[in-house]
Design a protein around this ligand. Structure first.
Ligand SMILES: Nc1ncnc2c1ncn2[C@@H]1O[C@H](COP(=O)(O)OP(=O)(O)OP(=O)(O)O)[C@@H](O)[C@H]1O
Ligand SMILES: [Mg+2]
Length: 228
């Protein structure tokens, strides 16, 4: 079964006098364990598509189905709950909370899920170890490099045991070494734990590492390539 299915998804923004057709009928199926890059020129609809797949924004038309649940059938509060339990986000808008340490940032989602402290502390520590930050668990974001902050964000995204992780330009503000480290880590989690990743990127080094590359042009899928 597909983890994510979009059926003829369109998105029209009406904020200006002239409507913007950000997505024009996107049909996409992402299976468990895929490592997919969404690429395409600036304004082609990548962030819009990720927002809609993540249930942060509703399509104008069409459907998004995650693990068999049609997001359009959920009430606002059901959708919030669904996101909390099923989807991991590594988004600019979801930056780390500056006053919290790494372990507190990672624990946050599990606390909201109502997990006991002992469980979320142990799990957070384990996740931070997995992303190579065992020695940084009590540091605040301002004490970490950009790459380390992104790794905390990935650990946090994984903390809810999501069905998949969405990342909008995860390497955008990173130097090439940090980008490489982040990608190694994501590829490793993808391989060892079959974690499904869908990320948007402009970064050729990231594109080179993807197993599947979906190219958007003007809000439509122009190419969909799977590497063997
Ligand atoms: N909230 C909004 N209101 C109005 N128009 C929007 C909004 N968000 C995005 N758009 C428009 O929708 C189109 C797609 O934007 P989107 O952010 O999805 O592109 P993108 O592929 O992520 O671009 P980039 O590579 O620059 O991040 C653009 O024309 C953009 O201007
Ligand atoms: Mg974008």
């Amino acid at each position: 079964m597909a983890v994510i299915t979009t059926k003829d998804v369109t998105k029209v923004y009406n904020s200006d006098q002239v409507p913007v057709h950000a997505l024009r009928g996107v049909d996409l199926e992402i299976k468990k364990g895929e490592f997919t890059a969404i690429v395409g020129p600036s304004g082609s609809g990548k962030t819009t598509l990720l927002n809609i797949i993540g249930g942060l924004d509703a399509p104008t038309n069409g459907r998004v189905i995650v693990q068999g649940t049609d997001l359009g059938t959920l009430s606002d509060s059901e959708l919030i709950d669904f996101r909390l339990h099923h989807i991991g986000f590594v988004f600019q808008a979801y930056n780390l909370i500056p006053v919290l340490t790494s372990i507190e940032n990672v624990s946050f989602v599990m606390q909201m899920q109502g997990k006991p402290a002992q469980e979320y502390n142990a799990k957070s520590e384990q996740l931070l170890e997995e992303v190579g930050l065992a020695d940084k668990i009590h540091k605040r974001p301002s004490e970490l490099s950009g790459g380390q902050q992104q790794r905390v964000a990935v650990a946090r995204a994984l903390a809810s045991k999501p069905d998949f992780v969405l990342a909008d330009e995860p390497t955008a503000n990173l130097d090439s070494v940090s980008s490489g480290d982040l990608l190694d880590m994501m590829a490793d989690l993808n391989k060892k734990e079959e974690m499904t990743f869908v990320f948007s990127t402009h970064d050729q080094r990231v594109i080179d590492r993807a197993r599947r590359i979906v190219t958007l042009v003007d809000g439509q899928i122009d190419k969909d390539e799977v590497k063997d």
